[in-house]
Write a protein that binds this ligand. Structure first.
Ligand code: FAD
Length: 446
């Protein structure tokens, strides 16, 4: 009987145990996590903060689901891996054996390094406990300052506003999420935030968090302005949790490097999810994602391989459906470029692939808040951003992921004022009718 040990009870760890159980009915699966709430929707915590979801709705698994999976859960922190002995070590120094080990330890929020970062009232939004803490603070706080870029910073702003806290949002650059959104898209989001009462400060850097008796009293900006507040929200990116891999001399770069079977450089040890750095066939680079869907897919592939299947993991085009300033937004493939000055590393709900832009030309169309931007490559679409009306998000995901040849409509798409929506919709209907059942054209691996 094989003994599987999975470190991390997040999306990657849970989908790995589901996959293992599909192929090995008898093996012992031990799921170890130091998160006291166990498995819950991490993206969902933002909607718990803004009051749209109850705490109960964050938990996709019931006790019965875990019983069905026949896994043993252990709430503990793993401190070391001893690969020679095939053992892991817990905080209490107890050692447990494994035959196959999965590191699915995710990523953690980067902390601010400015003076005052230790004060009560400096918050992040990474876990359910973080959100409980923020909610408690909002019961007394009147004003907050949020720093950072990407989805989490915006969700923090919106959550604080929803709880009646006056909110200032600091952006280091001159617009929101400038390396993923184009100027018009940033403007749409900023206008909606302002309409909701948020004060946006562009080209503004946090220099110091001011406090008294250990509590936040305000902030000072790099250009010397002071703003009084009781909460400082920090969402400046996430970094993979690599401490465990380091104890086992596993090959790491920015994340744990894995091969196409999600195996690390050390035998019988796999990695999946936010902690793993995975080969991307589209950009031909090893990249990091912080996406729920990627974590689940990687967990499934790692679990299958741990259970003895020979499952090559091919990274799909990164895809996220999210809400930015209450506007449903789908981001597919490569849509932006460069580093984000508001982030150290990548943000939650983000993929490095979005900014590794191959040669392409952008075409866009917008109508009030509905906006569509597509990135047109040599003979296929390589990325798209759909804001508002989501009718085209699924067709675009298919066309981009399958690298469908769009030569027939390429010139039309690139005409000024081209009716992009209509062209894509007509092309999709025709293509689906003719070819949808054929296998997709996978990109060549170098
Ligand atoms: C606020 C927020 C918004 C997000 N928005 C989006 C979004 O819009 N779209 C999207 O696709 N994704 C989003 N994400 C990201 C998504 O939730 C993550 O990509 C996904 O949860 C990663 O899953 P994982 O299993 O790799 O890691 P995690 O979910 O981080 O799980 C890792 C687990 O390992 C545990 N662990 C770590 N080290 C140890 C150790 N030494 N011993 C024991 N246990 C350990 C941790 O406690 C944690 O429970 C968001 C996340 C957050 C927090």
């Amino acid at each position: 009987m094989r003994r599987y040990v999975i470190i991390g009870t997040g999306a990657a760890g849970i989908s790995a145990s589901e996959a293992i159980r599909c192929y090995d009915q008898n093996g012992e699966i031990l799921l170890i996590g130091d998160e006291r709430h166990g498995f819950y929707s991490r993206p969902g915590v933002a909607y718990f903060l803004n009051g749209e979801l109850s705490e109960q709705q964050l938990f996709p698994f019931t006790q019965q689901d875990f019983r069905r999976l026949n896994v043993r859960m252990l709430n503990a922190r793993v401190t070391r891996i001893h690969p020679q002995q095939h053992q892991i070590e817990l905080e209490n120094r107890a050692r447990l054996p494994y035959d196959r080990l999965l590191i699915a330890t995710g990523a953690s929020a980067v902390r601010s390094t400015v003076p005052g970062n230790h004060l009560q009232g400096v918050v992040k939004m990474d876990t359910l406990d973080d959100v409980h803490h923020i909610i408690k603070l909002t019961q007394r706080a009147r004003t907050a300052v949020v720093v950072g870029g990407g989805i989490t910073a915006l969700e923090l702003v919106e959550g604080l506003r929803a709880r009646g806290v006056k909110t200032h949002y600091f952006l280091r650059g001159d617009r929101y999420w400038g390396n993923v959104l184009d100027e018009a898209e940033s403007q749409i989001i900023e206008r909606r935030l302002k309409d909701d009462g948020c004060q946006i400060h562009t080209n503004t850097e946090l220099a110091e968090i001011l406090g008294k008796n250990g509590h936040v009293l305000g902030v000072r900006t790099a250009d010397g302005r002071q703003i009084a507040c009781e909460i400082v929200g920090v969402a400046i990116g996430v970094l993979p949790r690599l401490d465990l891999a380091k104890t086992a001399d596993i090959h790491i770069d920015r994340g744990i490097m894995v091969n196409e079977y999600l195996e690390t450089s050390t035998s019988d040890i796999y990695a999946a999810g936010d902690v793993a750095q995975v080969y991307d066939p589209f950009t031909k680079k090893s990249v990091l994602d912080s996406l729920w869907g990627s974590a689940r897919d990687q967990g499934t592939a790692a679990g299958m391989n741990m259970a003895g299947q020979c499952m090559i993991y091919t990274k799909l085009i990164p895809f996220n459906v999210t809400r930015l300033a209450n506007l449903t937004t789908t981001i597919i493939g490569a849509v932006g470029k460069g580093a984000d000055r508001d982030l150290a590393g990548i943000a939650r709900g983000d993929s490095e692939v979005w900014r590794l832009l191959p040669d392409s030309i952008a075409a866009q169309t917008s109508f009030e808040v509905n906006r569509l931007r597509i990135l047109v490559g040599e003979n296929s679409l390589i990325g798209a951003l759909v804001m508002g009306d989501q009718t085209l998000s699924q067709p675009l995901q298919n066309l981009i992921a399958r690298r469908v040849d769009i030569t027939l409509i390429r010139e039309k798409l690139l005409q000024p004022e081209a009716p992009l929506g209509e062209l894509i919709a007509d092309f999709w209907i025709q293509w689906k009718g003719n070819y949808a059942d054929r296998p997709s054209r996978p990109p060549q691996q170098s």
